[in-house]
Design a protein. Structure first.
Length: 189
């Protein structure tokens, strides 16, 4: 069994933080004056909003992602929080906004194919809040037989009475010391 790479989105984050052209990134991250209108089907349920989040970041190298669709999924003040290993052996987190994710991610997606999909999930919901542990697999090409990375996306969602919104996505990729257990995998994997 080959050793998995560092967490997929942590790789994305590190690559674009170190290599993004700030002038170019500023152009891609400019948020619209008013928040974009969400597609009703994208925000109708927790399952729908997760599917939209995975869909909008996935695609071949060079394919422009629909960042307005991405922005439309989030609540005001939402955060994305990658958890990544440190050289010293611990872990770190960094909370960024959806627009900061776009700034850092856009140059990466221009050069690299990235396909992420949910393979299993566990949802807890009470009243207008939901917490979803979504096990993901990441591939460079949709047709790749094996993922280069697996991990957990932890989504915190809010229902405002009309639609669902993402408040937080925190994620951590699988490492040799932190393997996904059966409770987070589809049956038979």
């Amino acid at each position: 069994m080959r050793r998995p790479l560092r967490p997929a989105l942590a790789i994305l984050f590190a690559a674009v933080v170190c290599s993004a052209n700030p002038r170019r990134a500023q152009k891609s991250a400019v948020a619209p004056a008013t928040p974009p209108q969400a597609r009703p089907a994208d925000v109708s349920s927790p399952k729908a909003i997760l599917a939209a989040a995975y869909d909008v970041i996935s695609g071949p190298a060079g394919k422009k992602r629909n960042w307005n669709r991405f922005r439309s999924l989030f609540a005001p003040g939402a955060r994305l929080v990658p958890i990544s290993p440190t050289k010293e052996g611990g872990f770190r987190s960094l909370a960024i906004s959806p627009d900061e994710y776009i700034t850092r991610g856009d140059p990466y997606f221009e050069r690299h194919g990235f396909y992420e999909r949910e393979v299993s999930s566990k949802t807890e919901r009470w009243a207008n809040i939901a917490q979803v542990f979504s096990t993901y697999e990441s591939r460079h090409e949709a047709s790749d037989p094996s993922p280069f990375e697996r991990g957990i996306n932890s989504f915190q969602l809010f229902f405002d009475g009309h639609r669902w919104r993402i408040v937080t996505i925190m994620w951590q990729g699988e490492t040799p010391a932190h393997r996904l257990t059966a409770q987070f995998l589809p049956r038979g994997k």
